[in-house]
Write a protein that binds this ligand. Structure first.
Ligand code: ADP
Length: 939
């Protein structure tokens, strides 16, 4: 029996029964806004139904009775597992691993996982229990479709589909009636009429599908993607319909198309065109003009310089440009096309062929060094085997990981297979993205950066489906490109948080890529200089093959790193310096050598805290519990470095900005708390760094790159091009400049303040600090001139900073992993975070307490069920922490509470979330709740 989904979506049991009672019942329509809100907020958990449970439901009709039976069954399942304790340990572990089916985050448990009680999905738009014993016979031509509706409901519903027989492929998009509304949905499988009859459901209660939106024989959700959606919906506790929907770019769903460019290409050499022009000159002067312009147009012709008398080859040129040059109308162009002298071609405007990397010399294959060759040969072997293979390619910055990815992709293409390359934020890594295009062919590779329009993205999807594109490079959603012969998935910088989606379905692209590769028999290469501890743990426990690139290419050393203790620096100088003496000296030397400097500051704005010296009042956001950052703007920073007189600042338009919601207000002249003058700026962001640098080096050419200055993609590319060509001496920026940039003339990297991430209340803050410092440091010394790094910090003894300065990932990881194990954090456990938000503080708190109590009781029950197996020192299957106030206690006018669940493995986690206790989540009063499995954001 196929696996089914069911959403316990915020309704009571009686609600649910009502929904499931007759006549194409409309859960969304009947249960009202509250439920829709809860569902939209992701307040849903799913349970999976299996064969025996389906039988219970059928036999007993009542949901409650079935649950009771299921509980009995669960207990017997557990006792069977307990009996298996006599099995040899290895055999039992194997059995457990099969149950878990998860790659990351298990504690190599020595006790069996507890299975969730299985609940039969109420997936019909008709009742599950008979309402009449007289069910009319089913007509022979009956054809029923299971539809996962893209709305605030989970699960699949049954519709009649006789009118669309032969038009429905699994994954096809349809429109269905749902209550009083028409909603899109996805065909997920056929429903046998006998099943319906056995459930005593009359056909007359089912409504028909309204329309099939994709009549093509190849739906954009391929069968493999459909399976992936099922996995995601279960793993991330998300509704199936919205999971499927999130796989399709919005442009595809809307039927958008990208802009087209008309290009003209001559079909004859220039002299023939001129000959034809002479003949037309009197009768058709405009056509003649057009031909003459085409023959003479620079860029319209190229010839092979290697062959002395090579005939010029026609290059397509933009039609509007040609028409303007010739002063001819479009009709002249069309007439000439008819006469066969030229061809008009249409290309996709979004096809990214004109960006900066064209000037790179990355077109050819490089000769792999020994480490690269060893890594590639293992990937190649897995590709040749044609089965799933997972690799962690851990290589220091500049060790040539990208070259290994390229070879893997080339190999896959040679084998007739296809590839996906995921990069954390494509707008930030144009160099990497374009290397793929240059090496693998512009026409076969689609680069989907965040500035690609919806229409262009939709075009790319269709081109992929039509088999015109073999490699898709993009951010996490590129994973869902409908490539039918997927052979390799690369996840570059796999440790990056950008791979986790922060709305439903809250999936992690790395983990989802692994599942997709398993389903496709493909190879996954996770690449990083500083792997996530999840990937590292998987590699150490043999779940991923570990490939190492320990040295930079061409024997280049990693740059030496100096740590500057800013506390000591300031004590000595007796005033607060933003740039240390050492950093200033090093920048001066770099400028003298005509080399370049990158200065990294991971906070934008000017000052991060505005406080009154008299009363201590701190400026905060009106909607959030967050301090406001002051912004002076580019012009202000450039014209006059700074003066702390509030009146002076205000006259220059200094504003206070909330970085969470965009709330903005002018810097007040007097303190908003006591009304007296004397507000003080504390902390620094990129604007302050820019002002300090300009003050210290008035003649240097300085550029700042952060989300305030780089609002257009072209601005980013232009700034990078200026830096590459040497027009900029000092580049200041946020993490925008920390990754992927490969500039050989950069010989100095300064980290202006390394501590920002360390102060985050998050168990990953040290891991993130190390990752970021290693990435930034990796921008220095990539050329033959070498380079060095200066890290300024107030925490010079912090293990993450010290290890980063030694480029010592291994011992840092070892120490951190020991702590994670001791405190039961991932990768040794799996986490889920339940975030509640409500309009009233006490109701939110009450709801959180009620939910936490229910979860704690269930957790204790489940622990007791496996008690016999528990060894001293081993944690119970799940631990419930909280409720407590999260670091951001108020957001968008809502009060917030959160509950953390630590689970020994993913099975224990879903057992808890899918238990009856989990369903309390949907009955909460006065608060919405969102479940985030494997959360990265703890705020
Ligand atoms: P990573 O992705 O590990 O940071 P890259 O793949 O960007 O490293 O490689 C760093 C630089 O070394 C690039 O300029 C790349 O062209 C060059 N490179 C990579 N492999 C080789 C090789 N085998 N021989 C010569 N140069 C190489």
């Amino acid at each position: 029996m196929t696996k089914r989904r069911f959403l316990q979506d915020g309704r009571t049991q009686s609600h649910r029964r009502r929904r499931l009672t007759p006549v194409n019942a409309d859960p969304a329509g009947t249960a009202g806004i509250k439920k829709r809100k809860a569902c939209a907020a992701g307040a849903s958990i799913t349970a999976e139904a299996h064969g025996p449970n389906a039988a219970f439901i059928k036999r007993h009709g009542s949901f409650r009775t079935a649950l009771g039976r299921i509980e009995t069954q669960r207990k017997s399942f557990i006792s069977n597992l307990k009996a298996s304790a006599m099995l040899p340990v290895m055999a039992r572990r194997k059995q457990e691993n099969e149950i878990q089916g998860s790659l990351f985050g298990d504690l190599a448990p020595t006790v069996p996982a507890v299975r969730a009680p299985r609940i039969e999905p109420r997936k019909l738009n008709a009742p599950a229990a008979p309402t009449s014993t007289l069910v009319p016979p089913i007509p022979a031509d009956c054809y029923l479709a299971e539809i996962a509706v893209d709305g605030p409901v989970a699960g699949a519903f049954t519709y009649r589909a006789e009118n669309f027989r032969g038009q429905l492929a699994p994954g096809a998009r349809v429109l269905v009636p749902f209550g009083g509304r028409t909603l899109p949905g996805f065909f997920v499988g056929e429903k046998k009429a006998e099943e319906l009859a056995a459930q005593g459901i009359a056909l007359s209660r089912l409504r028909p599908i309204i329309k099939v939106l994709e009549t093509a024989s190849q739906p954009l959700v391929t069968p493999t993607l459909l399976k992936l959606a099922h996995w995601m919906a279960r793993h991330y506790a998300a509704p199936l319909g919205s999971t499927l929907s999130s796989m399709l770019p919005s442009g595809v769903r809307r039927g958008a198309a990208g802009a087209r460019l008309r290009m003209v290409r001559a079909t004859q050499p220039p002299e023939k065109l001129l000959e034809a022009a002479r003949a037309l000159l009197l009768k058709k002067p405009r056509q003649a003009q057009l031909l003459m312009a085409l023959a003479a147009m620079p860029g319209a012709w190229s010839s092979d310089p290697a062959v002395a008398d090579a005939a010029p080859q026609a290059i397509p040129i933009a039609a509007p440009e040609l028409l303007a040059e010739a002063g001819a109308p479009d009709s002249a162009l069309k007439a000439l096309e008819k006469s066969g002298l030229l061809r008009i071609e249409e290309i996709r405007a979004g096809h990214d062929t004109d960006d900066l990397a064209h000037t790179d010399e990355h077109g050819k294959d490089l000769l792999l060094n020994a480490e690269q060759a060893a890594a590639f040969s293992r990937i190649e072997a897995a590709l040749s085997a044609g089965t799933f293979g997972g690799f962690l390619l851990q290589g220091v910055t500049g060790s040539g990981k990208t070259e290994v990815y390229l070879r893997a992709l080339k190999k896959a293409l040679e084998m007739g297979r296809q590839g996906i390359v995921l990069v954390p934020e494509i707008a930030l890594t144009p160099q990497t993205a374009q290397r793929f295009q240059q090496r693998l062919g512009f026409n076969r590779v689609a680069v989907l950066h965040s500035h690609v329009t919806d229409g262009d993205r939709a075009d790319a999807w269709r081109a992929v489906r039509a088999g015109e594109i073999d490699v898709v490079v993009g951010a996490r959603s590129a994973l869902f490109a409908p490539l039918p012969r997927l052979g390799v998935i690369v996840v570059d910088e796999e440790h990056e948080n950008a791979f986790k989606q922060d709305s439903t379905p809250r999936y992690h692209a790395r983990d989802t890529a692994l599942e997709l590769a398993r389903l496709s028999g493909a190879v996954v290469v996770l690449g990083s200089a500083t792997p996530s501890f999840e990937a590292l743990h998987a590699a150490r426990t043999g779940k991923l093959h570990h490939l190492l690139l320990n040295a930079r290419v061409a024997g280049r050393p990693l740059p030496p790193v100096s740590i500057i203790d800013m506390g000591e620096e300031n004590r000595e100088s007796g005033r607060y310096n933003y740039l240390s003496e050492r950093l200033v000296t090093d920048i001066a030397r770099t400028l003298l050598r005509r080399e370049q400097t990158i200065l990294f500051m991971n906070r934008r704005g000017f000052s991060t805290v505005i406080t009154c010296l008299r009363c201590g009042f701190t400026e905060k956001c009106e909607h959030y519990d967050i301090t406001l950052t002051s912004h002076r703007g580019k012009a202000a920073a450039m014209s006059a470095p700074y003066s702390d007189s509030a009146a002076a600042l205000q006259s220059r338009g200094e504003t206070l900005l909330c970085h969470y919601c965009g709330y903005e207000k002018p810097l007040p002249e007097v303190c908003s708390g006591c009304g007296l003058p004397g507000v003080k700026h504390w902390g620094m962001g990129t604007e302050r760094v820019e002002a300090e640098v300009r003050k210290a080096f008035p003649n240097a050419r300085v550029a700042r790159m952060d989300s305030d200055t780089m609002t257009r993609r072209t601005a980013y590319l232009e700034a990078l091009a200026a830096f590459r060509s040497g027009q900029t001496d000092i580049l200041i920026g946020t993490q925008m400049i920390a990754k992927g940039l490969d500039f050989p003339n950069v010989t100095l990297v300064g980290v202006v303040l390394a501590d920002t991430a360390l102060h985050m209340p998050d168990f990953r803050s040290r891991e993130r600090t190390f990752q970021l410092l290693a990435q930034v440091a990796g921008r220095a010394g990539r050329g033959d001139k070498g380079g060095s790094v200066v890290i300024q910090t107030h925490l010079p003894a912090d293990p993450a900073i010290r290890a980063a300065a030694r480029h010592d990932f291994e011992s840092f990881a070892l120490q951190e992993l020991q702590e994670r194990r001791a405190f039961l954090y991932p990768p040794f456990t799996r986490l889920a975070r339940i975030l509640l938000r409500g309009k009233e503080q006490h109701k939110t708190r009450e709801a959180a307490t009620q939910l936490a109590d229910a979860l704690k009781a269930e957790s204790a029950k489940q622990a007791a069920a496996v008690e016999v197996e528990l060894k001293p020192g081993l944690p119970p299957p799940t631990l419930i922490l909280g409720p407590s106030e999260p670091p951001i206690a108020r957001l968008e006018g809502f009060f917030r509470q959160h509950i953390m669940i630590k689970a020994r493995d993913s099975e224990a986690l879903s057992a808890l979330l899918n238990s009856p206790a989990g369903s309390v989540l949907q009955k909460l009063k006065g608060a919405d709740a969102v479940v985030d499995v494997d959360p990265l954001n703890m705020l």
